[in-house]
Design a protein around this ligand. Structure first.
Ligand SMILES: Cc1cc2nc3c(=O)[nH]c(=O)nc-3n(C[C@H](O)[C@H](O)[C@H](O)COP(=O)(O)O)c2cc1C
Length: 212
């Protein structure tokens, strides 16, 4: 499979067969993830591979509870209904044999230090960090992981929904690396037959501008 084929074949998979993913395969996908570009090559990512069924179930319980709690404080029944209608999109990692926890740390910017030491306003500092470079590098790594998984015949789902329960999940996982926080999760496994197709995209005319 060439890269373009993998890009177009990848789709989000939320249901998996009860099949083990060999550790060598997971390591190969993680090698692909860490081959991604990162801002100033800071490689501000860290991965925790969870295959322990009890921990995956516990995480799903934590996310379900947090989701319900959020639903309870919604100001309108309509908001509550919309919020609760997507609960499966937040908890579907429970169907996967492997969940990769993706952590990120701060992207250190010298220009931030310089501006801060010159008493730059909050507005100026916020604008400087608004491209969220740390998160962009992590996104690149996750996409590399997804493409490598596709090439190897696995299904994946990139997930940030569960991070509304981030603190509790972080406590459960207990990654002992100061400065790292949970950014996203990847469900990984052999896709069940007949999973949902990849949804169509906005046409290029809507999202691309050429300046000749
Ligand atoms: C940053 C990010 C976060 C996402 N979070 C979730 C999630 O929490 N749950 C989920 O089911 N899908 C999640 N997705 C997958 C999107 O729903 C999916 O990519 C989109 O609907 C397009 O479908 P496709 O991946 O099959 O092309 C996420 C995707 C991205 C890039």
């Amino acid at each position: 499979m060439n890269v373009l084929d993998a890009i177009h074949a990848r789709k989000s998979v939320r249901r998996f067969k009860d099949e083990v993913v060999p550790k060598e395969d997971i390591l190969e996908m993680l090698e692909a993830a860490t081959a991604a570009p990162s801002p100033k090559h800071q490689q501000n990512w860290n991965f925790v591979v969870v295959t322990n069924r009890e921990i995956i179930n516990k995480m799903a319980e934590i996310v379900t509870k947090s989701h319900e709690n959020l639903g309870e404080i919604a100001k309108t029944e309509k908001d509550k209904k919309i919020h609760m209608s997507v609960i499966n999109y937040y908890t579907c990692f429970k169907n996967a044999p492997v969940v990769i926890m993706v952590y990120g740390s701060e992207y250190k910017m010298i220009e931030y230090k310089i501006l801060k030491e010159n008493n730059a306003s909050k507005e100026v500092l916020d604008m400087l960090v608004s491209p969220q470079s740390a998160a962009q590098g992590i996104g690149a790594a996750v996409e590399n992981f997804l493409l490598a998984a596709t090439e190897k015949g696995y299904g994946t789902c990139y997930m940030t929904g569960p991070t509304h329960a981030k603190l509790e999940i972080e406590k459960l996982i207990g990654l002992d690396k100061p400065g790292f926080e949970l950014m996203s999760m990847i469900s990984l496994g052999v896709a069940e037959d007949n999973t949902s197709p990849k949804p169509s995209r906005k046409p290029l005319e809507e999202v691309v501008t050429f300046i000749d």
